[in-house]
Design a protein around this ligand. Structure first.
Ligand SMILES: *Cc1c(COP(=O)(O)O)cnc(C)c1O
Length: 420
């Protein structure tokens, strides 16, 4: 089983699991639980896999900040020279605080406010991915007021089915993202006449946790047709952004490597002068992190046995939200026959589970690691049930950096007041 762990820098040692050079038990003793634990080597390795796949191609990998927006994580990618894909002004502030280059920032999202546009223009971001005609008008107005030109790409909806979970499929005609393929040409013509708009590229993003490269290659073909049509009208693009979405292994999925995923896309754009952009989130951070938690109680039941842990759906929402499966392993398994448990948190909701039917050899007080939790874990966490959010640490060789202190009740109550 140990060879099959999806987190690449996790290993079983005599004192239990280690991440890079550090025992998870030591991390729990020093920083408490629940704690998100990330591996710098795994983050770097995931980024370099993209760089290797892209080779000498003029290309930029823009890390999708919403997957994990902690400053410590962003700073790792900023030091590697990555760009960033953001979906709010708050994420832009994070990128700047982490030392990211604003010129390599792409701003996606259907609901950009005037304030967010102003902030992004003043910062000098690389490109706005515009998702509607109304947004284009607003951006032109805001840029005019500031005496600036806004670089844009339209996010075009190529209407292909990525065969993923419906909540994370974004490139079909019936959803809120992007502009319809059939309307894109007219929108580019309109944008070309706007004084404060500078056409820079085209963008698409069809969904998340994609395991099959074919839908993306189909989308790329459609985008390319549009790029050529634009060129015939004298509208030339500097870059083509093919979004994010490459899946990872949580259980037994077999996602393509970045090399295999990008191969058909690179072939599609072979010999062309436009820069290529990608917006990976999950595939850069998902398997570089785990959630370290302690068993509070073991509760045998009539039908099911429960392992009640100190992490919950407010810390990691994916199981409750998408019925997602995360591998759960004992940090130091006992010499006991395994018992089948429902692994649940303390929250007052039946949906508060981290895993169903897990065979574990554990006792109360033991540590568990919930794997593949680096993406859409901490960023989707909440304070539901007035639970302070987990701490986050980043392991770098044998050094452990605290990148976010555990929240306290003081943090939680700040800004609230009872009626006089
Ligand atoms: C969420 C998102 C991404 C990242 O998706 P992953 O599946 O995490 O790679 C990229 N681009 C846009 C526009 C997104 O909304």
């Amino acid at each position: 089983m140990m060879t099959a762990l999806p987190v690449p820098t996790l290993a079983a040692g005599p004192a239990g699991l280690t991440l890079e050079g550090v025992a998870l038990a030591d991390i729990a003793a020093r920083f408490g639980t629940p704690t998100y634990v990330y591996s710098r080597a795994a983050l770097t390795g995931a980024y370099q896999a993209y760089q290797k796949a892209l080779g000498m191609r003029k290309a930029l990998v823009c890390y999708a900040v919403k997957a994990n927006s902690s400053l410590g994580i962003l700073s790792v990618f900023a030091k590697l020279g990555a760009g960033f894909d953001i979906v709010s002004g708050g994420e832009l502030a994070r990128v700047l605080a982490a030392g990211g280059d604003p010129g390599k920032v792409i701003f996606s999202g259907v609901g950009k406010s005037v304030d967010e546009m102003r902030f992004a223009l003043e910062t000098g971001i690389g490109c706005f991915n515009v998702e509607s005609a109304a947004e284009l008008d607003r951006l032109n107005d805001v840029a005019t007021q500031l005496g600036k030109r806004a670089p844009i790409a339209f996010r075009v909806n190529p209407d292909v089915n990525p065969n993923t979970h419906p909540y994370i499929s974004t490139g079909l005609r019936g959803n809120k993202f992007g502009v319809a393929f059939t309307e894109a040409l007219d929108l580019y013509r309109k944008a070309a006449r706007m004084p404060a708009i500078e056409i820079s590229g085209i963008d698409c993003h069809i969904g998340s946790q994609l395991l099959d490269p074919a839908p993306m290659a189909e989308a790329a073909g459609k985008i390319l047709g549009l790029v050529d049509q634009l060129a015939r009208e004298g509208i030339h693009l500097d870059h083509i952004d093919l979004g994010g979405g490459l899946g990872i292994r949580y259980r037994d999925e077999e996602p393509p490597t970045p090399t295999d995923y990008l191969k058909p896309l690179l072939a599609c754009f072979e010999g062309r002068s436009e820069a290529l952009c990608f917006e990976p989130g999950r595939s850069l951070v998902g398997n570089a992190g785990l959630l370290l938690t302690r068993i509070e109680y073991l509760k045998p039941g009539v039908e099911k046995n429960f392992a009640i842990i100190d992490a919950a759906m407010n810390d990691l929402a994916r199981p409750a939200l998408y019925d997602a499966w995360h591998e759960i392993v004992a940090v130091a398994p006992r010499e006991l026959p395994a018992t089948r448990y429902e692994v649940v948190g303390p929250i007052c909701e039946s949906g508060d589970f981290l895993g169903h039917d897990r065979d574990l050899s554990v006792a109360p007080g033991d540590l568990l690691a919930i794997l593949s939790a680096g993406a859409y874990g901490m960023t989707m966490s909440s304070n539901y049930n007035t639970r302070p959010r987990a701490a986050e640490v980043l392991v770098d060789g044998d050094t452990v950096h605290v990148i976010r202190e555990r929240e306290t009740l003081e943090h939680l109550l700040k800004g609230e007041r009872p009626l006089p």
